[in-house]
Design a protein around this ligand. Structure first.
Ligand code: AMP
Length: 211
């Protein structure tokens, strides 16, 4: 499957810093960052899909897979057509998608996952604090309420965490998510730079997912 997007996944619980790190990485030439949650948040909230997003996200639930994958695909296509994202030059850095094993299955024909960076923060309460701080700063309804944050965590543990097992252990790297953004970035770069370099030097094989 030669036309799949060459991809790095930023993986981790809500509040682990995927968005922050993805944004920084996306500033580096050769990396293209896309946050699924951010794409949802920029939708017209009076449109059908915008309403669906609000209905689920305000409860801390996942938007149904068919809606999510279709929106993601259309969004990627638009960015490619506009040459904003150049698949032959840029490694795609995805954050917030795939969010469950079914999405990982559906995306298999679109992305070739070269690396999964798992941002690990052992202190759940610390991450919940981060979410509350961000909710105040960014006016995010989903993280403003304690019960919604807790629900997001439950969904992560039940539905999202198993996505790690979908990919070969060989391509999963654990990175300590505790520390300053610069320190966390330093650790992420140690893993992603070699992948980017080899990606542009060799044509990598596609066989990174488990059968
Ligand atoms: P995030 O900013 O990644 O935490 O996403 C915010 C909200 O957007 C989530 O709680 C979901 O309601 C929705 N969302 C984002 N990405 C996905 C996805 N891949 N699948 C389903 N829902 C998603």
């Amino acid at each position: 499957m030669p036309h799949r997007y060459q991809t790095i996944l930023l993986f981790g619980a809500p509040g682990a810093g995927k968005g922050t790190q993805g944004k920084i990485l996306g500033q580096v030439p050769g990396f293209y960052h896309l946050s699924c949650g951010e794409v949802f948040r920029t939708l017209d909230l009076t449109s059908e899909i915008g309403k669906t997003f609000m209905q689920y996200s305000s409860r801390g639930e996942l938007v149904p897979d068919d809606v999510t994958i279709k929106m993601w695909q259309q969004n990627m296509h638009a960015r490619t057509v506009l040459s904003d994202y150049k698949p032959s030059q840029d490694l795609l850095v995805l954050d917030g998608i795939p969010r469950n094993v079914h999405q990982a299955e559906l995306m298999k024909k679109h992305i070739n996952v070269l690396l999964v960076v798992h941002l690990v923060c052992p202190d759940k309460e610390e991450m919940i604090k981060r979410l509350r701080r961000r909710a105040l700063k960014e006016n995010r309804a989903d993280d403003a309420k304690e019960e919604v944050i807790r629900r997001r965590w439950q969904v992560y543990e039940k539905e999202t965490f198993p996505v790690l097992d979908f990919y070969s252990r060989q391509i999963v790297r654990e990175v300590d998510a505790v520390g300053s953004p610069a320190r966390v970035l330093e650790h992420i770069l140690q893993h992603v730079v070699p992948v980017q370099e080899s990606h542009f030097q060799n044509s990598l094989t596609d066989e990174t997912e488990r059968p």
